[in-house]
Design a protein around this ligand. Structure first.
Ligand code: FER
Length: 246
Protein backbone atom coordinates (compact mmCIF):
# COMPACT_ATOMS: atom_id res chain seq x y z
CA UNK A 1 0.00 0.00 0.00
CA UNK A 2 1.21 3.49 -0.83
CA UNK A 3 -0.22 6.50 1.01
CA UNK A 4 0.06 10.04 -0.37
CA UNK A 5 -1.79 13.23 -1.24
CA UNK A 6 -3.13 14.26 -4.64
CA UNK A 7 -3.16 18.00 -5.24
CA UNK A 8 -6.40 19.63 -6.30
CA UNK A 9 -5.82 23.36 -6.79
CA UNK A 10 -3.95 23.56 -3.46
CA UNK A 11 -6.36 21.24 -1.62
CA UNK A 12 -4.60 18.05 -0.51
CA UNK A 13 -6.64 14.91 -1.13
CA UNK A 14 -5.61 11.97 1.03
CA UNK A 15 -5.17 8.81 -1.03
CA UNK A 16 -4.08 5.19 -0.76
CA UNK A 17 -3.06 2.94 -3.63
CA UNK A 18 -3.31 -0.85 -3.26
CA UNK A 19 -2.02 -2.99 -6.11
CA UNK A 20 -2.79 -6.68 -6.68
CA UNK A 21 0.06 -9.08 -5.86
CA UNK A 22 2.66 -9.48 -8.56
CA UNK A 23 1.02 -7.42 -11.31
CA UNK A 24 3.23 -5.25 -13.52
CA UNK A 25 0.50 -3.59 -15.55
CA UNK A 26 -3.13 -3.82 -14.53
CA UNK A 27 -6.45 -1.98 -14.50
CA UNK A 28 -7.09 0.58 -11.77
CA UNK A 29 -10.34 1.53 -10.06
CA UNK A 30 -10.75 4.82 -8.20
CA UNK A 31 -12.86 4.25 -5.07
CA UNK A 32 -14.71 7.03 -3.24
CA UNK A 33 -16.62 7.04 0.08
CA UNK A 34 -19.96 8.69 0.84
CA UNK A 35 -21.27 11.68 2.84
CA UNK A 36 -19.47 11.78 6.26
CA UNK A 37 -17.54 8.69 5.10
CA UNK A 38 -13.89 7.81 4.68
CA UNK A 39 -11.72 5.26 2.91
CA UNK A 40 -11.37 2.93 5.93
CA UNK A 41 -15.05 2.06 6.24
CA UNK A 42 -15.60 -1.69 5.98
CA UNK A 43 -17.75 -1.56 2.87
CA UNK A 44 -14.94 0.42 1.19
CA UNK A 45 -12.10 -1.87 2.31
CA UNK A 46 -14.17 -4.93 1.34
CA UNK A 47 -14.72 -3.45 -2.13
CA UNK A 48 -11.00 -2.67 -2.40
CA UNK A 49 -10.05 -6.23 -1.43
CA UNK A 50 -12.49 -7.74 -3.94
CA UNK A 51 -10.99 -5.60 -6.70
CA UNK A 52 -7.40 -6.40 -5.68
CA UNK A 53 -8.20 -10.15 -5.58
CA UNK A 54 -9.68 -9.81 -9.10
CA UNK A 55 -6.40 -8.29 -10.33
CA UNK A 56 -7.40 -4.61 -10.20
CA UNK A 57 -5.38 -1.90 -8.43
CA UNK A 58 -7.45 0.43 -6.25
CA UNK A 59 -6.88 4.13 -5.66
CA UNK A 60 -8.96 5.16 -2.66
CA UNK A 61 -9.28 8.94 -2.38
CA UNK A 62 -10.98 11.08 0.23
CA UNK A 63 -12.91 14.10 -0.96
CA UNK A 64 -13.01 17.69 0.38
CA UNK A 65 -13.90 17.87 4.09
CA UNK A 66 -13.70 14.11 4.61
CA UNK A 67 -11.15 11.68 6.09
CA UNK A 68 -7.56 12.93 5.93
CA UNK A 69 -8.17 15.43 3.13
CA UNK A 70 -8.17 19.20 3.47
CA UNK A 71 -11.33 21.26 3.91
CA UNK A 72 -14.08 21.53 6.50
CA UNK A 73 -16.95 19.04 6.33
CA UNK A 74 -19.56 21.79 6.64
CA UNK A 75 -18.27 23.62 3.55
CA UNK A 76 -18.10 20.67 1.16
CA UNK A 77 -20.31 20.78 -1.93
CA UNK A 78 -20.91 18.47 -4.87
CA UNK A 79 -19.02 20.90 -7.14
CA UNK A 80 -15.97 20.66 -4.86
CA UNK A 81 -16.27 16.86 -4.93
CA UNK A 82 -16.59 16.85 -8.74
CA UNK A 83 -13.47 19.03 -9.02
CA UNK A 84 -11.66 16.71 -6.60
CA UNK A 85 -12.70 13.59 -8.49
CA UNK A 86 -11.54 15.10 -11.80
CA UNK A 87 -8.12 15.74 -10.19
CA UNK A 88 -7.99 12.10 -9.07
CA UNK A 89 -8.95 10.87 -12.57
CA UNK A 90 -6.22 13.09 -14.08
CA UNK A 91 -3.71 11.71 -11.55
CA UNK A 92 -4.71 8.10 -12.32
CA UNK A 93 -4.47 8.64 -16.08
CA UNK A 94 -0.77 9.53 -15.66
CA UNK A 95 0.17 6.32 -13.81
CA UNK A 96 2.07 4.21 -16.33
CA UNK A 97 1.16 0.81 -14.87
CA UNK A 98 -2.54 1.40 -15.54
CA UNK A 99 -4.18 -0.37 -18.47
CA UNK A 100 -7.89 0.49 -18.03
CA UNK A 101 -9.49 2.98 -15.65
CA UNK A 102 -12.67 2.42 -13.61
CA UNK A 103 -14.58 4.59 -11.13
CA UNK A 104 -16.57 3.35 -8.14
CA UNK A 105 -18.17 5.26 -5.27
CA UNK A 106 -20.58 4.65 -2.42
CA UNK A 107 -23.74 6.70 -1.85
CA UNK A 108 -22.84 10.40 -2.31
CA UNK A 109 -19.69 8.94 -3.86
CA UNK A 110 -22.01 6.88 -6.08
CA UNK A 111 -23.79 10.05 -7.18
CA UNK A 112 -20.33 11.51 -7.85
CA UNK A 113 -19.47 8.41 -9.89
CA UNK A 114 -22.58 8.95 -12.04
CA UNK A 115 -21.70 12.63 -12.61
CA UNK A 116 -18.03 12.03 -13.39
CA UNK A 117 -19.00 9.01 -15.51
CA UNK A 118 -20.77 11.41 -17.87
CA UNK A 119 -17.92 13.92 -17.74
CA UNK A 120 -15.11 11.40 -18.34
CA UNK A 121 -17.04 8.87 -20.42
CA UNK A 122 -14.06 8.41 -22.72
CA UNK A 123 -11.64 7.60 -19.91
CA UNK A 124 -13.73 5.15 -17.89
CA UNK A 125 -14.03 1.53 -19.01
CA UNK A 126 -16.97 0.96 -16.64
CA UNK A 127 -18.47 2.69 -13.61
CA UNK A 128 -19.72 1.15 -10.39
CA UNK A 129 -22.14 3.31 -8.41
CA UNK A 130 -22.82 1.58 -5.06
CA UNK A 131 -26.05 2.55 -3.28
CA UNK A 132 -25.94 5.76 -5.36
CA UNK A 133 -27.59 8.70 -3.56
CA UNK A 134 -28.65 10.35 -6.80
CA UNK A 135 -31.90 11.58 -5.26
CA UNK A 136 -29.89 14.32 -3.45
CA UNK A 137 -30.31 16.99 -6.20
CA UNK A 138 -34.07 16.38 -6.50
CA UNK A 139 -34.48 16.34 -2.74
CA UNK A 140 -32.53 19.62 -2.53
CA UNK A 141 -34.94 21.14 -5.07
CA UNK A 142 -37.90 19.81 -3.07
CA UNK A 143 -36.55 21.17 0.24
CA UNK A 144 -35.70 18.06 2.22
CA UNK A 145 -32.22 16.77 3.04
CA UNK A 146 -30.97 14.66 5.94
CA UNK A 147 -34.55 14.28 7.15
CA UNK A 148 -34.75 18.07 7.63
CA UNK A 149 -37.08 20.38 5.73
CA UNK A 150 -36.20 23.84 4.42
CA UNK A 151 -37.64 26.34 1.96
CA UNK A 152 -35.96 25.47 -1.36
CA UNK A 153 -36.57 29.03 -2.62
CA UNK A 154 -35.05 30.63 0.51
CA UNK A 155 -32.04 28.50 1.24
CA UNK A 156 -30.84 28.76 4.83
CA UNK A 157 -27.24 29.84 5.53
CA UNK A 158 -26.84 26.67 7.55
CA UNK A 159 -28.61 23.32 7.43
CA UNK A 160 -28.53 22.11 11.01
CA UNK A 161 -29.62 18.64 12.05
CA UNK A 162 -29.02 16.88 15.36
CA UNK A 163 -26.05 15.16 13.73
CA UNK A 164 -24.68 17.48 11.04
CA UNK A 165 -23.96 21.12 10.22
CA UNK A 166 -23.85 21.95 6.51
CA UNK A 167 -23.48 25.35 4.86
CA UNK A 168 -26.36 26.43 2.63
CA UNK A 169 -24.02 26.32 -0.36
CA UNK A 170 -24.33 22.52 -0.26
CA UNK A 171 -28.02 22.98 -1.09
CA UNK A 172 -27.42 25.77 -3.65
CA UNK A 173 -25.02 23.55 -5.55
CA UNK A 174 -27.10 20.38 -5.28
CA UNK A 175 -30.18 22.16 -6.68
CA UNK A 176 -28.37 22.86 -9.96
CA UNK A 177 -27.36 19.25 -10.64
CA UNK A 178 -29.33 17.14 -13.14
CA UNK A 179 -28.01 13.62 -12.95
CA UNK A 180 -30.05 12.35 -15.94
CA UNK A 181 -27.89 14.51 -18.24
CA UNK A 182 -24.76 12.69 -17.10
CA UNK A 183 -26.47 9.28 -17.16
CA UNK A 184 -27.29 9.95 -20.83
CA UNK A 185 -23.63 10.78 -21.59
CA UNK A 186 -22.25 7.46 -20.33
CA UNK A 187 -22.66 4.55 -22.76
CA UNK A 188 -20.23 2.10 -21.15
CA UNK A 189 -21.04 -0.73 -18.75
CA UNK A 190 -22.49 0.24 -15.37
CA UNK A 191 -22.65 -2.05 -12.35
CA UNK A 192 -25.02 -0.82 -9.67
CA UNK A 193 -24.72 -2.60 -6.34
CA UNK A 194 -27.47 -1.91 -3.85
CA UNK A 195 -28.72 -3.18 -0.51
CA UNK A 196 -32.36 -4.18 -0.99
CA UNK A 197 -33.15 -3.02 2.58
CA UNK A 198 -31.43 0.37 2.17
CA UNK A 199 -33.58 3.01 3.91
CA UNK A 200 -31.36 5.95 2.80
CA UNK A 201 -31.57 5.62 -1.00
CA UNK A 202 -35.13 4.83 -2.18
CA UNK A 203 -35.19 1.66 -4.29
CA UNK A 204 -37.17 3.46 -7.00
CA UNK A 205 -34.12 5.60 -7.75
CA UNK A 206 -31.98 2.52 -8.23
CA UNK A 207 -34.52 0.99 -10.63
CA UNK A 208 -34.75 4.28 -12.51
CA UNK A 209 -30.96 4.51 -12.87
CA UNK A 210 -30.79 0.95 -14.17
CA UNK A 211 -33.45 1.70 -16.79
CA UNK A 212 -31.93 5.05 -17.87
CA UNK A 213 -28.40 3.73 -18.42
CA UNK A 214 -27.92 2.02 -21.78
CA UNK A 215 -25.84 -0.80 -20.33
CA UNK A 216 -26.50 -1.27 -16.62
CA UNK A 217 -26.57 -4.36 -14.44
CA UNK A 218 -28.04 -4.34 -10.95
CA UNK A 219 -26.91 -6.57 -8.12
CA UNK A 220 -29.44 -6.09 -5.32
CA UNK A 221 -28.26 -7.72 -2.11
CA UNK A 222 -31.31 -8.91 -0.26
CA UNK A 223 -31.35 -7.97 3.42
CA UNK A 224 -28.47 -5.50 3.12
CA UNK A 225 -28.80 -1.90 4.32
CA UNK A 226 -27.05 1.27 3.11
CA UNK A 227 -23.58 0.14 4.26
CA UNK A 228 -24.01 -3.64 3.76
CA UNK A 229 -23.56 -4.43 7.47
CA UNK A 230 -23.67 -8.23 7.84
CA UNK A 231 -23.57 -8.62 4.03
CA UNK A 232 -19.96 -7.75 3.26
CA UNK A 233 -19.35 -11.23 1.78
CA UNK A 234 -22.17 -10.65 -0.72
CA UNK A 235 -20.72 -7.22 -1.53
CA UNK A 236 -17.30 -8.81 -2.05
CA UNK A 237 -18.77 -11.41 -4.42
CA UNK A 238 -20.70 -8.83 -6.47
CA UNK A 239 -17.56 -6.76 -7.06
CA UNK A 240 -15.20 -9.72 -7.51
CA UNK A 241 -17.47 -11.44 -10.06
CA UNK A 242 -17.92 -8.23 -12.08
CA UNK A 243 -14.17 -7.83 -12.55
CA UNK A 244 -13.39 -11.53 -12.98
CA UNK A 245 -15.82 -11.70 -15.89
CA UNK A 246 -14.26 -8.73 -17.68
C1 FER B 1 -29.56 12.96 2.18
C2 FER B 1 -29.57 11.58 2.05
C3 FER B 1 -28.37 10.88 1.84
C4 FER B 1 -28.33 13.65 2.10
C5 FER B 1 -27.15 12.95 1.89
C6 FER B 1 -27.18 11.56 1.77
C7 FER B 1 -27.19 15.73 2.25
C8 FER B 1 -25.92 10.87 1.57
C9 FER B 1 -25.67 9.65 2.09
C10 FER B 1 -24.34 9.01 1.95
O1 FER B 1 -23.48 9.48 1.19
O2 FER B 1 -24.14 7.98 2.61
O3 FER B 1 -30.69 13.66 2.41
O4 FER B 1 -28.38 15.00 2.25
Amino acid sequence: MEEFYIDCDGIRLHAKLDKPDGAEKCPLCILIHGFTGNMEEEHLTTTQKAMNDAGVAVLRAEMYGHGGSDGEFRSHTLYKWVTNALAVVAYAKKLDFVTDLYLCGHSQGGLLTMLVGGMCADDLKAIIPMSPAWMIPEFARQGTLLGTEFDPQHIPDVLQTWEHTLDGDYIRVAQTIHVEDEIARYNGPVLIVHGASDSVVPYGYVEKAVSLYKNATLVAISGADHCYGGYLDELYTAIYEFFRKR
